[in-house]
Design a protein around this ligand. Sequence first.
Ligand SMILES: O=C(O)/C=C/C(=O)CC(=O)CC(=O)O
Ligand SMILES: [Ca+2]
Ligand SMILES: [Mg+2]
Length: 402
Amino acid sequence: MTWLDLPDDTLFGLDNLPYGLFSTPTDSRRRVGVAVGDQVLDLAAALAAVGSTHAEVVDSGSLDGLLAAGRPAWDAVRAELADLLTDPARAESIRPLLLPRSGVHLHLPFTVGDYVDFYASEHHATNLGRLFRPDSEPLMPNWKHLPVGYHGRGGTVVVSGTPVVRPCGQRKAPDEAAPTYGPSRRLDIEAELGFVVGTGSLQGTRIGVDDLADHVFGAVIVNDWSARDLQAWEYVPLGPHLGKSFATSISPWVVPLAALEAARVPLPGQDPEPLEYLRGREDWGLDVELVVAWNGEEVSRPPYREMYWSPAQMLAHLTVNGASTRSGDLYASGTVSGPRREQRGAFIELTWGGAEPVTVQGEQRTFLADGDEVVISATAPGVGGGRIGFGEVAGTVVPAAP
Ligand SMILES: O=C(O)/C=C/C(=O)CC(=O)CC(=O)O
Ligand SMILES: [Ca+2]
Ligand SMILES: [Mg+2]
């Protein structure tokens, strides 16, 4: 029991305790915070107040220090947090270190290293295959043998709330004779989960499929903004490039892996059986439900539990060739889509390439217009039987640069 006055149905109870980076209007220092109820706890100050040896590691102006500190430190800090929020003797010293969340500004919580995006939803991959390659089998022959992915652009990962400038580039519709240059006419979203690497791995080594917990610190919601017209023209034969590299938004709270234990579910099933290096004890999926709101109206609920490849398989595959990983690396699942239309995590699927508009605030819509706002939120079962929240990742489209 906590001495805090938390509503029973809070998505930010003691079973969650996600980490972020905040400043306030009167104090511009960037401080690591922990979301609890509708408040944020100044973590370094709280750990210092209880004489924790970990106070310094979280006092570096970002989550970088804690990420690099490794699993024993992550577990210890979480245990200390649970202790100081439940021990009534701590209430007096900790209470002043809690601020209303509504009054703080949230920043990109860690320095993003390398960014990889997978393609782990069978439903999404099948839909996109049909839309992009109508004359071929929707799934390529490799798709059920390895988690398909590509290396993205870590430097353009931004925190929720950052405006997204409509990208320009080469576009060529199938009925056009030649490409033209200009603002994307088919700007889209991709609702995904992202996994944050805390402890990296050396070049020439690999991370085993059972070793996820030694490396992954936690998870965020990702919106992988995608310009479908740029993508369709540029992607053969090397894959996603400028159509996806202009902005990728993440939610400001990193939900620790420990908070997701009650959300673990078996994978929907893999056939054929994957190769040995992709088979392990950690082959769980996650029962995370995403909600996509377009200009304030819910348009879809992508279910993460439907994902074909597990977070552990994606990490094992990412390093199986000996590629190193670094603290702050981010790998995303790929668009989360379920079998039903209202479970699709990208508008290109939801509107079937623009042919079947959806009604948003009374208007028939296909791709994103300037001024549109997309908010993706997510929740999961919590350890205590309730639910935990990831918060949200929001972004508003602003007109292309002149
Ligand atoms: O199938 C294609 O050519 C394209 C696929 C995507 O755009 C999806 C992607 O970036 C990975 C994902 O988010 O699932
Ligand atoms: Ca993507
Ligand atoms: Mg709860």
